[in-house]
Design a binder for this molecule. Sequence first.
Ligand code: SAJ
Length: 426
Amino acid sequence: MSKSVTVVGLGYVGLPVACLCAEKGHRVFGLDVNKEKVELVNRNKSPIEDEHVSQKLRNVKIHATANAAECIPNSEVVIVCVPTPIDRTNAPDLTELMEAVSSISKLIKQNALLVIESTIYPGTIEEVVAPILKKQKFDAYKNDVFVAHCPERIDPGNKKWTIESLPRVVGGLTKEATKKAAEFYRSIIDAEVIELSSVKAAEATKIMENTFRDVNIAFVNEMARSFDKAGIDIIEVIRGASTKPFAFMPHYPGAGVGGHCIPIDPYYLIEKAKQIGFNHKFLSLAREINNKMPEYTVELLENELKKLKKSLKGAKVGVLGLAYKADVDDLRESPSLEIINILKAKGTDVFVFDSHAKEGTNVKNLDELLNKSDCIILATDHNEFRNMDISLLKKHKILAVIDGRNCLDKEKIKSMGILYHGIGRS
Ligand code: SAJ
């Protein structure tokens, strides 16, 4: 049954949700503080690089607005997809979430369904969201407004696991809220919607799944640094270990861990647990290991240049890729940014090319970057870098290659007399 829905936050999460709701016949408003985004969406254009979303936007009607009063009072369902980053001390920063809920609480109608999709720590709905509603006389424990958490599950660029096909979990402040949220999500996604026993369990689910990924990446990053000392090729070893049909799940070492989820979500648990007297030593160590990878990547280049009696000072280094992962335009927490800062601090001339993130690029194309560089660091494994013509390295007299995503043909590069080092691969 068609409902009036407002999606708050038209970014990497909100936009796909809004498109999906519209596709499934709901009457959809998109609410965003960014007037440019609002204007683009009202012209059926996507403010994010995601061909799936761009194509959907051309075929659905979403009424985007920056004015909450225009949409919230008429909405039976309000879905909040605003950023929940961390601050400089790695503490959760719920500013945007609180502002959004505060503005919604002044306008939302009785018995509406309010779903938070943004990643939050276990306890946020009870300790932050419910009290804001209470200030406006809405008792969420009495379902004056039905409040639930349905953690976002979007994997930008993933063509197999799309927003329609990804299973979801929901947990409400009350049983009725859980039911209402589950019923709504079943109206928009084809995959399973699992009802959890509490809102805290739903909040903890997202944190667990992404922290699981962060610690596994830290595990292979540490193994890679050890294998670099031992001269073992970690990619071969991971391939070997993956022949075990159970109990091994491959992750891959790299120049660092970026994005708006993996490097952020563990801190939501680490910081919250501290408040209730638990110290997540392991999760914190994993974050430390992953945060050190950009520096380690630059160190590898320094070591290769030393073999040529050169140093980073005055060197001309080309950085391939700015985005945090392959074939997306998202720079949030990207390891490339850290690598570039470290290089510049060491007096290096840095050239950057990323066709997905033009604003950070300072050359026209890859050819110009190679022409201007003595050596390169591949920081993002965009397809165009994976498939580049390796002979270009020879043509442009590249002296050394640091393969930050272990995605280049090391034997071919070495056969051309070019120094090669990957992450746990040489
Ligand atoms: N990375 C590694 N080694 C790996 C995997 C990733 O170094 O083995 C790095 C990537 O280069 C990137 C960062 O980690 O810088 C994050 O990569 P990601 O593949 O986890 O990409 P995200 O941040 O888009 O994660 C999303 C998440 N999806 C949701 O939050 C709903 C995450 O939970 C998924 O596991 C991930 O996609 C996925 O599996 O692709």
